[in-house]
Write a protein that binds this ligand. Structure first.
Ligand SMILES: C[S@@+](CC[C@H](N)C(=O)[O-])C[C@H]1O[C@@H](n2cnc3c(N)ncnc32)[C@H](O)[C@@H]1O
Length: 251
């Protein structure tokens, strides 16, 4: 095993591969948005614009917001031919007026922001009365992997939740935080995301990278990490985690 943490993948390539693996839940999220031809629709944390074209097919006006200029550039490039307006901005202070949005999605963004509760208050500010938003977030404590030692699986999860992710379990908190923000929760659903291939899971979940980091942090021994990763690579392989999807409306 290498003694240094494996390299971080290119963020845009990573998001493209994650979107391909998550095609089914993304379709369910889009269905739950129930976009109509008269709607103004917002994608908060739009990344490289993955979901903007499908929104533009269904809504009158689509706005993507992302804090990362590289993501904004790529989203603009991918949607240049569409009625999509991509803005650089922070989800905590959206570059939008009050009550101008009919539909909003927040797809795998809240684990990264400084204050998820404040972002949901901001979401409520920009939603029209009766407007709807769909929030989707994995819960990283639920990551179950086979084969290999369960203790190592749990120790790597714990390390990721303590040290890698800002808000690793915000998925299970979505409905509570949305209610506190003054939104009305209309549904709470959970998808189990399955990955059957070690190489794909290693790229998307950073298994090797995080096992190496956990060794450096003293959470697991190097032999335990080596054995775990070798058994995962040997297969047959399965990884599963819960992805929560919460639909809310503004009163
Ligand atoms: C995991 S990606 C998800 C991208 C997209 N929603 C998707 O499903 O493919 C998270 C995105 O949120 C953006 N982001 C993180 N913090 C943000 C903030 N405070 N305001 C706006 N965007 C933010 C990141 O730049 C990144 O593009």
């Amino acid at each position: 095993m290498a003694t240094q943490p494996a390299t971080i993948p290119d963020p845009i390539t990573y998001l493209d591969h994650a979107a391909a693996a998550g095609r089914a839940y993304k379709q369910r999220l889009l269905d739950a948005l129930d976009l109509r031809p008269e709607h103004v629709a917002l994608d908060i944390g739009c990344g490289p614009g993955t979901d903007l074209p499908a929104m533009a097919e269904r809504a009158a006006e689509v706005i993507g917001v992302d804090v990362d200029p590289a993501m904004v550039d790529e989203a603009r490039r991918r949607t240049a031919h569409l009625r999509v307006d991509v803005r650089e901005g922070d989800a905590h202070a959206l570059p939008l007026p009050d009550r101008g949005v009919d539909r909003a999605r927040v797809d795998r963004v809240l684990h990264q922001v400084a204050d998820p509760a404040a972002v949901l208050v901001e979401l409520r500010r920009v939603l029209r009365p009766g407007g709807r938003a769909v929030l989707a977030q994995p819960d990283w404590e639920t990551l179950a992997i086979d084969p290999g030692a369960v203790a190592t699986n749990l120790a790597v999860n714990r390390f990721v939740c303590d040290r890698v992710m800002l808000h690793p379990v915000v998925g299970r908190q979505l409905a509570r935080l949305a209610t506190t923000a003054g939104l009305t929760v209309t549904s709470i659903e959970g998808d189990v995301q399955l990955l059957h291939d070690f190489d794909t899971a290693d790229e998307l979940l950073g298994l090797t990278r995080n096992a190496h980091r956990a060794v450096h942090a003293g959470r697991i021994t190097r032999p335990a990490a080596d054995t775990w990763l070798a058994e995962l690579a040997e297969g047959p392989f399965l990884a599963a985690f819960t992805l929560f999807r919460v639909t809310v409306s503004a009163g």
